[in-house]
Structures are given as C-alpha cells and as structure tokens.
Write a protein that binds this ligand. Structure first.
Ligand SMILES: Cc1cc2nc3c(=O)[nH]c(=O)nc-3n(C[C@H](O)[C@H](O)[C@H](O)COP(=O)(O)OP(=O)(O)OC[C@H]3O[C@@H](n4cnc5c(N)ncnc54)[C@H](O)[C@@H]3O)c2cc1C
Length: 546
C-alpha cells in the first residue's frame, strides 16, 4: 500500500484535485493498474449473458432478476457464501406496510428534505428510480421470502413527528423466521433472506454460482485492464490459484461492496472516518456484522483500471452506535450529553448517524450521557430498537434495561449525580453543566442549543437513581464510488458510459454524499441492493440497455 505515492510536486497537485481519471497522473497505488493477466494464464473460459461479481444482497438480487427474466447468469464471489449485515430494508410501500396500516412514503416533502440533506450532491434520478420501483421490488423479495417461511415486518422508527426535519417514515422491512425474534432482534435478520437468495438463484433459477472465486481484472476491448471499447468479461482467481475468464456478453455487474478495508482509499475518499477503521486485520470477504471496515474496494479498483471515473461528490459514510437501552432506534441519546471536559456541545435531539458525525469533532470522539430515572417516564414513548413498528417499551421495561446494562454492560449507575460524573471520569465541575441544563429545562427553552422542548427533562437531585454512559461512533460502511448513471452504467471521465459495465449495491456512485442520515432506515439495502439491481435485471433482459 502507499500513501499518496512518491510525494512529488506533481502527485501533490493531483491528489489535491478531485479524482481525475485513470491516466498517467494517477498517484495512489490503488489507481495504478497491475500487469494485465494474459490469455496464456487463463485455464478456463465460462460464457454467459451476464456475470455478477459479488455475493452480497445486491449481487444476489441482480443475479436473480436477470435469471428470472431469461438471461443466462454466472455469479462469482470471493466469499464462501451469501454475505449480509444488519437487517433494515427500506421500501417506500409494500403489502406488509398495507397490512400494518402504515402509509406510503410521501415523495414530495420527504425527498425534498433529503435533497437538502445531501446538499444537492447526488443524482436525483437515481433516487426517484428507487422511489418509483421500490414497491414492486420489495413485494417481489417479500414473496420470495414468504415461499420458504421467512416473514416480513416493519421496524420501529425514531418517532419524530411528521414535519420535523429528522422525521423518519416507518418503512424499514425486516425479515425474520421465529416470532421470538420480534422482540429485540428483527433488525439483524438479513441473513435469513441472503441465505435464501443464495439458494434461490442457484437451485431454482439455475444461476451458475461459484463461491471462493475472486474477481481480479476486467476485460475491456478484449484485453485485461484495457481502456477502450466494451467490457465483456472479468478474470477471476480460484483458491487453487488458477484463473478463469467469465464472459458476460450482455453485462458485467460489479457488486463487490465497499472500500473501507483499504486505508489509501479511505484516506483519499473518506478521510473523516479513517481513524474509526482497523486496517491491521486480514481482509475478510465473509465479513458480517462488524464495525471497523468491511471490503477492500476490489470492484472500484478494477473499474478505475479500465477508465472509470470516481464520483465528484464526497463519499458518504454510514456511522452508528449501539443504542442505549430505551433510547429511540436510530437516534442519538436525547438527554444531556457532554464532552470529556464536562461541557455540553450539541443539540442532542438528532438522528444517530448525524450525532456520530458531530461527536467525531470532540477531543476523544466520545460523548458522555447523564440522566435520571425520571427520564423513563418523561422521555417516552420509547420506540424499541429491533422491535416491530408500533411496539413500545413500558416505563418499567426501560428502567429494567438500564439496570441490566448497569450490571457490567456499559452503563454506570449511582445514587447521586456527582457519583455518576465521577464514575464516567468527568471533572467534578460537570455538575455545573447539569445545573445549567436543569435551569433551561425549568424555563422550557434551551438557549444554548435550542433542543426540542419535550426533550428537556431535568436531572434534579431528587430525580435519581442516576445513570451515565459513554457514546463513541462506530463505522459501518463507505458508500459510493465510480460515477454511475440512473441505469447503473459506470461512467468514464467524460461522463460517458463504459459499455457493458454496471454497478450494484453500495458501490453505486452518485447516490449519496456526506453522512448517511438514517432518515430512511435501511435505505442502502432497500435502494442500492434491492430495487435498483432488480430493475437492472429487467432492463438488461428487455434489451433496454443494449
Ligand atoms: C453492522 C452493520 C449493520 C448494517 N446494517 C444495515 C442495514 O440494516 N441496512 C442497510 O441498508 N445497510 C446496513 N449496513 C450496510 C451494509 O453493509 C450494506 O448496505 C450492504 O452490505 C451492501 O451490500 P452489497 O451487496 O453492496 O455489499 P456486500 O454486502 O459487502 O457484499 C459484497 C460481496 O462481494 C464480495 N466480493 C468482494 N470483493 C470481491 C471480489 N474481488 N471478487 C468477488 N467477490 C468479491 C464479498 O465477499 C461479498 O460477498 C450495515 C453495515 C454494518 C457494518
């Protein structure tokens, strides 16, 4: 690996500019194409209409949609089997939402608000393609699941009121098998559907699925790492070291996940999150639920080597943290938070991903939360993380969970506020911040950060017992990559499509920028992994993209 390579004046200049093309000016090691794998090294050639590279949800959906619509498909993946994480899949409307009486997501107000959140740095046509096809796509996968007994529900949301800029419409579809999963773990059920999709494509649809096969180089214009003409194959290595050329005469669909396990790529495109990732561990192509870096960006690199251009806008990062028991799903801790000097630093009433981004600016990237038992009663209703929509914790359950976690699971508990402050390792003067906060709660106006009035719950000396916890952001994934048009074609530096080459999943470029807001829970799985590859398969089969 390298940092910005040789450090020549030329390289500095290039690095300072936005990612320019794959040209002689490349300065990062990941931009430099390796020696092409020659035809003499190829042991086998497999011919199909479509080759899908990557066996996460986006690759599986792309393969299924192409095959259902009559195309001959091969799927190769470096993983040993289907890969999945989390479990929230956004669908703007579905048969499950209808059954649960949940309204269709409003595309006008809501999407305009999200447009503002992205600062306009994305391609709205990708979003509206998602909106307009989401219901069909999510119903399609709900039916695939239902045939083998996998059930679908809608997750609980953060309960912001409609009209609040943080409002999150309930639309995160969660798959589960056993009803016992409904209390506390439905949001982690992606494995159910990923495993079934792996079985479905191979057994029911006859997709040629090859696990433990790693894509190495794309073939463009008949040559590995060529930079002219059509992409029609990928050369991949097997565990025994042999190379196979997988020809996709209609399309090569790249679905290799993110690039957060490549330090150079993170420094180049997500510098704000580098310190949250661990680059010392080996690359794990089977990585499941884990915070700290996932895939090494193989697909992005292969696309750069054949002349693809990186998106112009900053890459989006998905940040999160384990919710404190009883706090709203996907939100920050909405009570009092202070920095390591005991100072308040933000309006705590924010979506979790956004609060994490703010906390990244603190000296230790850690916030400290302080609250009293009175918050259980005054702070509700408590939408429950990983519970179905409409289910709430009772006041007693909230306190029970705080107490359980105070028993060695990260929460501290004490009879006085001063003891909690000491247990959190904060300066004793933090009590002054607590008192000032109480005064503003009393007045009903937060004149420091203007937090929503109903979140101003005092921490008076009689409001105990008292609790405290630290809150540090965790890194989930990088999003985006090579420029991508609304038909998922990868673009070159002149914004022209590279014929035959498509993106799926979190490597789709131009879909987001900045920080993942979580205002559309499960947006990535719902949009880039399910809806858009589902449409791509149909469009390829219909000949719309020839
Ligand atoms: C803890 C956690 C929870 C999350 N929860 C959610 C959630 O609830 N909802 C949501 O929308 N998102 C969630 N995410 C983000 C989630 O990881 C992505 O949305 C999702 O994984 C993207 O799917 P994908 O198919 O694009 O990539 P991946 O799931 O990463 O799949 C990539 C596939 O490509 C394979 N591959 C990689 N390189 C090669 C190569 N060279 N050749 C062949 N195959 C290769 C990999 O082995 C893997 O099979 C979560 C992330 C984390 C870390």
């Amino acid at each position: 690996a390298c940092s910005p390579a040789a450090g020549t004046p030329e390289s500095k200049q290039d690095v300072a500019q936005t990612a320019v093309a794959n040209s002689a000016g490349q300065q990062w090691s990941f931009e430099i194409a390796p020696d092409p794998i020659g035809d003499d090294a190829i042991a086998e050639t497999v011919e199909t209409d479509v080759v899908v590279v990557g066996g996460g949800m986006s690759g599986l959906v792309a393969a299924a949609s192409c095959a259902e619509n009559g195309l001959k498909v091969t799927l190769i993946s470096a993983s040993k089997g289907p890969v999945s994480r989390g479990g929230s899949n956004n669908g703007v409307y579905s048969k499950v939402m209808e059954e649960m009486g949940i309204p269709r997501m409003d595309p006008t107000w809501f999407y305009r608000k999200e447009y503002l959140a992205n600062g306009g740095n994305f391609k709205p046509a990708l979003w509206y393609k998602f909106y307009n096809n989401s219901e069909e796509a999510i119903n399609w996968i709900i039916d695939i699941a239902a045939k083998v007994g996998i059930k679908t529900t809608i997750e609980s949301g953060p309960e912001y009121r409609e009209g609040d800029p943080m409002f999150t419409p309930p639309a995160a579809h969660a798959f589960y098998v056993d009803d016992s999963e409904l209390k506390g773990s439905i949001g982690n059920g992606e494995e159910h559907i990923a495993t079934e999709m792996g079985r479905y494509v191979a057994e029911d649809l006859g997709v040629n699925v090859r696990w433990n096969v790693k894509g190495e180089q794309l073939v463009r214009g008949g040559v590995a790492n060529g930079t002219e003409g059509r992409v029609d194959a990928v050369i991949a290595s097997s565990a025994d070291g042999t190379y196979t050329k997988y020809v996709g005469s209609k399309a090569v669909i790249m679905a290799t996940g993110d690039f957060s396990h490549d330090k150079d790529m993170m420094e180049r495109y997500c510098p704000q999150a580098v310190e949250l990732c661990d680059f010392t561990t080996d690359i794990n192509y089977d990585q499941g639920i884990w915070m700290g870096g996932l895939m090494p960006g193989d697909g992005h690199k292969m696309e750069l080597w054949v002349g693809g251009a990186w998106q112009k806008e900053p890459n989006n990062i998905m940040l999160g943290r384990p919710n404190l028991p009883g706090d709203q799903p996907y939100t920050s801790h909405t009570g009092l938070m202070v920095d390591n000097a005991g100072r308040r630093f933000m309006n705590e009433d924010a979506l979790g991903g956004l609060a994490c981004a703010t906390i990244m600016h603190l000296p230790e990237k850690t916030a400290y939360c302080i609250w009293g038992a009175n918050r259980a009663e005054a702070g509700g209703p408590w939408g429950a993380i990983n519970y179905p929509h409409g289910e709430y914790f009772t006041t007693e359950e909230v306190i029970e969970r705080w107490d359980t976690d105070a028993d060695g699971f990260g929460i501290v508990k004490a009879g006085t506020r001063e003891e909690v402050i000491a247990k959190l390792g904060l300066p004793a003067a933090t009590i002054e911040t607590v008192e000032r906060y109480n005064e503003m709660c009393e007045a009903g106006v937060d004149t420091d950060f203007y937090k929503t009035a109903d979140k101003l719950i005092p921490i008076g000396e009689d409001d105990g017992p008292f609790y405290g916890a630290s809150f540090s952001p965790g890194f989930l994934t990088s999003l985006g990559g090579l420029r991508t048009d609304p038909d998922l074609r990868v673009l070159d530096e002149n914004d022209q499509p590279i014929e035959g080459l498509f993106n799926a999943g979190c490597m789709i470029g131009n879909f987001y920028s900045g920080t993942y807001t979580f205002a559309m829970e499960g947006m990535n799985y719902g949009a880039t992994c399910i809806t858009l590859p589902y449409v791509l398969g149909k469009d390829l089969a219909a000949g719309k993209l020839d």
